[in-house]
Design a binder for this molecule. Structure first.
Ligand code: TEU
Length: 548
C-alpha cells in the first residue's frame, strides 16, 4: 500500500491528531473503543482540518499499561480489531487526505511477549535472556536488586524471577510496570527486530512513528546506581540519570532514519517522545540524520505566564533552529492532565499525577478560557503541532473518577499517592443525548464518563459559532491559509506586561495571560479569537486573538 501524496516535507508544519483507540469510538458496543470505530469517525478529523492522526497502541497486549505493553508488534489486539481493520483505516484516511502515524514501543515489551516468556524459561546466561536486562541480585544470596533504579510508575525498577528449579533467581529491569521488561538495546537481535517492525508498518502504508520513551533505550554501561536517594530524585531530570538520554540512543535513530528514508518521498517520519531537558539535549534527537520531530514538553509543562511562555518559545526556536528542525508543539496527551483542566488549577504547572475527587478541583470555566487561548497561541507558532483527542471539544479531565475504576498502573505502583492518568483517557462524548454520549452503540464505556461531558459533545458544538470545536476548525483553516506553520515569529516590541504579542507573516497574534484588558491595534481586523472581546473591543485576560 502506498501513502497518498502530501508534500515531501509535509511533517514540518503538520497538525497531527492523537487518537487513543480505547477511548475514541467503540463500534461493537463492548465499551472499549476499536479500529472500526476510528475509521467510522475519520470524517470528524478531516472536517477539523488536521493533516493526519497518530494512533496510540492497538497491538496485541494484556493492557497492563493500556497497550504500552506489547505482546506482538505485528498484530492487533482482538479488542481493537484485526490487521484488516488497520488496512481499512489507513485506506480510508488516505482517501480523506490524512496521514497515519502509529506508536512504536521499543523500550520494553509486555511480559507476555514470546521473547520474554522464552527468556524466563531459558535461564541465566542464555541468549534468550540477553534480549532483556537480566542481572544477578546483590547481597549474599542475590536477594537485593542489582542496583537502586526505581520504576517511573513507583516502587523499584527490578523484579526477581523464579527459575525453572523453583528457586528465586535473577532480576529483570522494568523502568515502568512489572509487566514491561526493558529490552537490552546492545543486543543486535533487538535492533534487527525493530528495524523489521518498522518495515512491517511502513509496508502497510503508515507515514511514520511516534516513538515511546525515545530517551530510554540505552542504559549507562554497568548499570551504575543512581547517585541520589530515590525520594530526592526528580525522575525526569535527565542530567544525572543513567537510564535516560544516553548518547547511544542516537545511533539507533540514525539507523532507523536510514530505513525510513529508503521509502523515498513523501518522507516517512519519526517523532520522539523524549522527556529530556534542557532543549539543547532535546535538539540532538532531531538532527538532520535522526528523527524528524520531538515533542516540546517544556511548552506543555509551562505555567500560564507570558514571561515564562516567551522564554520557552524562544529557547525552542533557538535550539531547534540550530539543527534545522521544526518545533513540535503539544499541550495535551494521554499521559498528562488535559490542558482545559490543568490551566484551571491554582498553580497551572505540569500536572503529572492526575487529580482526584479529594484534591482541589480545577476551575472549569477558567481552565477552558485559558486552554482556548493557549491553543490559539500554539496553532499560531511556526512548526508542527499535536492535538489530543477531545481537546477540540474543550474536554476537561475527569477529576472525580471513583478510585475503584482506576486502571492506570501508576495508581497501584505509587501506592495510591498518584491518581494516575485515567482522568484524561475517558471515552469521548460525540452525541449529548445518546447513551454513553454516543461513544458506543450500547452506552457501555470502559471508564465512566462524567455527566458534564454532555455539554462538550461534538454534536452540540458543530456549527455553533464560538464553540471550541468551531474555534479549532477556524484556526486550523487560517493556519493553513496563512502558512503559519512555515512562518517566522517576530516579537512585537513593548507588548504590555502579562501579554504575548508577535507577528507570524501577515498575522498578528496577541495573547493576554494576566493583564487587564488591552487595546487592539485599530488598523487590523480579528480573524480568530479564543473568546469574546470586551464591550469596547479590548482583549480581556485569558484570551487570544489573531489579527490580519
Ligand atoms: O510515557 C513515557 C514516560 O516517561 C511517562 O512516564 C511520562 O513521563 C508520564 O506518563 C507522565 O505522566 C510513555 C507513554 O506515553 C506512557 O503512556 C506509557 O505508560 C509509558 O511510556 C510506558 O510505555
Amino acid at each position: 500500500m502506498t501513502m497518498h501524496s502530501p508534500a515531501s516535507d509535509w511533517w514540518r508544519d503538520a497538525v497531527i491528531y492523537q487518537v487513543y483507540p480505547r477511548s475514541f469510538s467503540d463500534s461493537d458496543g463492548d465499551g472499549t473503543g476499536d479500529l472500526p470505530g476510528v475509521t467510522a469517525r475519520l470524517p470528524h478529523l478531516a472536517d477539523l482540518g488536521v493533516d493526519g492522526l497518530w494512533l496510540s497502541p492497538f497491538y496485541r497486549s494484556p493492557l497492563a499499561d493500556a497497550g504500552y505493553d506489547v505482546a506482538d508488534y505485528r498484530d492487533v489486539d482482538p479488542r481493537f480489531g484485526t490487521l484488516a481493520d488497520v488496512d481499512t483505516l489507513i485506506a480510508r484516511a488516505h482517501e480523506l487526505g490524512l496521514v497515519v502515524l502509529v506508536d512504536l514501543v521499543p523500550n520494553h515489551s509486555s511480559d507476555q511477549h514470546p521473547w520474554f516468556q522464552a527468556a524466563l524459561a531459558a535461564g541465566p546466561g542464555s541468549p534468550e535472556r540477553a534480549r532483556y536486562l537480566f542481572r544477578d541480585g546483590r547481597g549474599a544470596n542475590g536477594e537485593l536488586p542489582p542496583n537502586n533504579w526505581p520504576s517511573v510508575f513507583g516502587g523499584q525498577g527490578w523484579t526477581r524471577v523464579t527459575e525453572a528449579d523453583g528457586r528465586p533467581g535473577q532480576w529483570y529491569l522494568h523502568l515502568f510496570d512489572v509487566h514491561q521488561p526493558d529490552f537490552d538495546w546492545t543486543a543486535p537481535e533487538v535492533r534487527a527486530e525493530f528495524e523489521s517492525v518498522l518495515r512491517f508498518w511502513l509496508d502497510r502504508g503508515v507515514a511514520g512513528f511516534r516513538v515511546d520513551v525515545a530517551h530510554g533505550l540505552i542504559k549507562a554501561p554497568g548499570l551504575p546506581d543512581l547517585s541520589a536517594p530515590l525520594d530526592e530524585l526528580e525522575l525526569l531530570d535527565t542530567n544525572a540519570t543513567p537510564f535516560w538520554d544516553q548518547d547511544g540512543v542516537h545511533e539507533v535513530y540514525a539507523a532507523w532514519r536510514g530505513v525510513l528514508d529508503s521509502y523515498g518521498s513523501p518522507e516517512r517520519v519519526l517523532c520522539a517522545e523524549a522527556w529530556v531537558s534542557p532543549p539543547e539535549r532535546m535538539a540532538r534527537y532531531v538532527r538532520s540524520d535522526e528523527m524528524h520531530q520531538s515533542f516540546a514538553f517544556d511548552f506543555l509543562g509551562c505555567r500560564w505566564d507570558a514571561k515564562a511562555l516567551r522564554k520557552v518559545i524562544d529557547a525552542e526556536l533557538q535550539t531547534m533552529g540550530a539543527v534545522g528542525a521544526p518545533i513540535t508543539w503539544v499541550l495535551s496527551n494521554h499521559d498528562v492532565v488535559r490542558h482545559a483542566s490543568r490551566l484551571g488549577t491554582a498553580d497551572p504547572g505540569p500536572v503529572v499525577g492526575g487529580i482526584r475527587a479529594t484534591d482541589p478541583q480545577p476551575d472549569r470555566a477558567l481552565g477552558l478560557r485559558r486552554a482556548r487561548a493557549a491553543t490559539l497561541l500554539m496553532l499560531a507558532l511556526p512548526g508542527a503541532a499535536y492535538l489530543y483527542q477531545g481537546e477540540e471539544l474543550g474536554l476537561p479531565e475527569h477529576t472525580t473518577l471513583p478510585d475503584a475504576v482506576r486502571d492506570d498502573p501508576v495508581w497501584l505502583r505509587s501506592e495510591h499517592t498518584h491518581a494516575g492518568r485515567d482522568g484524561c483517557r475517558v471515552p469521548l462524548p460525540w452525541v449529548a443525548d445518546a447513551p454513553g454520549f454516543g461513544f458506543s452503540p450500547t452506552g457501555a464505556s470502559w471508564l465512566p464518563q462524567p455527566a458534564a461531558f454532555a455539554e462538550y459533545a461534538a454534536d452540540v458544538q458543530t456549527g455553533v459559532p464560538g464553540s471550541t470545536l468551531e474555534m479549532y476548525r477556524e484556526a486550523l483553516a487560517l493556519r493553513r491559509e496563512h502558512r503559519l506553520g512555515r512562518g517566522r515569529l517576530a516579537w512585537v516590541a513593548d507588548a504590555p506586561a502579562g501579554t504575548l504579542e508577535f507577528d507570524n507573516g501577515d498575522v498578528r497574534v496577541i495573547v493576554n495571560c494576566s493583564a487587564p484588558a488591552v487595546a487592539l491595534p485599530s488598523d487590523r481586523v480579528v480573524a480568530a479569537q479564543s473568546g469574546p472581546l470586551t464591550a469596547d473591543g479590548m482583549l480581556p485576560i485569558n484570551t487570544a486573538v489573531w489579527l490580519v
